[in-house]
Design a protein around this ligand. Structure first.
Ligand SMILES: C[S@@+](CC[C@H](N)C(=O)[O-])C[C@H]1O[C@@H](n2cnc3c(N)ncnc32)[C@H](O)[C@@H]1O
Length: 223
């Protein structure tokens, strides 16, 4: 069978890869939070969140004060699940200020405002952030970057480069994707990262593809 990564094939572009789409989504979800106490969609469902949270709580090298960055944090629900487990150093990054406003409001509403902080960065451009994180998370963000109608290949390259600057060799990177398989992710990230393990998962649909398995993979930065 054809290996997409080897043939350098790109995903068909989609509105899911545009800033305006996400800005609208999070402005809408903010209304939902204010009017109906509903923080919005949990991408890939609760089980995807739980899988990541469980892996972190079981990781012997991490503790409740480990620094955890969620890239493309959206409404912040993945970080909120970690906050509820007692993690105290949580940073959400997104290119959408409306996402960060929403995530911050969600944390405050839960009385957890003091454990979260928020960064507006576009991971396909530059990253001026100098901090190194013990854990970096991505749930659906590399997927969104891959669906950008404008040169997704270059966007993915910058994303991978930027992720490498946020980690050191003991950091872990946990990425959940439904557009790329584990072997595709391993190939894309292979220049900078080593594949460590895959967390098994059910199926979901995204960007017009249905029935594809969600892959959650753990990577570590190469020396
Ligand atoms: C599919 S959503 C996932 C949101 C969240 N991680 C979750 O699991 O619910 C993709 C997220 O990536 C963000 N995003 C897309 N492209 C980005 C970029 N170039 N830099 C930073 N964030 C980006 C979007 O604003 C959106 O919040």
């Amino acid at each position: 069978s054809l290996n997409m990564a080897e043939t350098e094939q790109e995903l068909p572009s989609s509105v899911l890869g545009t800033y305006d789409h996400w800005d609208e989504v999070y402005k809408d979800e903010m209304k939902g939070l204010v009017e109906m106490d509903d923080p919005g969609t949990e991408w890939f469902g609760r089980s995807a969140t739980n899988r990541v949270v469980r892996w972190i709580t079981k990781c012997a090298e991490l503790n409740k004060h480990s620094t955890i960055l969620d890239v493309g944090c959206g409404n912040g629900l993945l970080l909120l699940a970690l906050a509820k487990q007692g993690y105290t150093n949580l940073v959400g990054l997104d290119y959408c200020q409306s996402a960060l406003d929403l995530a911050s409001a969600v944390f405050k509403k839960e009385g957890l405002g003091h454990v979260g902080s928020w960064l507006q960065v576009d991971l396909t451009i530059g990253n001026e952030e100098q901090a190194i994180f013990d854990v970096c998370l991505d749930k659906g963000t590399y997927d969104a970057v891959s669906l950008n109608p404008e040169d997704s290949n270059k966007g993915r390259e910058s994303y991978i480069q930027n992720m490498a600057t946020l980690m050191n060799c003991s950091s872990v990177f946990i990425i959940t994707s439904c557009n790329w398989t584990t072997s595709e992710l391993t190939s894309h990230f292979g220049k900078k990262f080593n594949f460590i393990e895959e967390l098994p998962a059910p199926t979901f649909s995204f960007g017009g593809k249905s029935g594809k398995t969600v892959s959650t993979c753990v990577f570590k930065k190469k020396n």
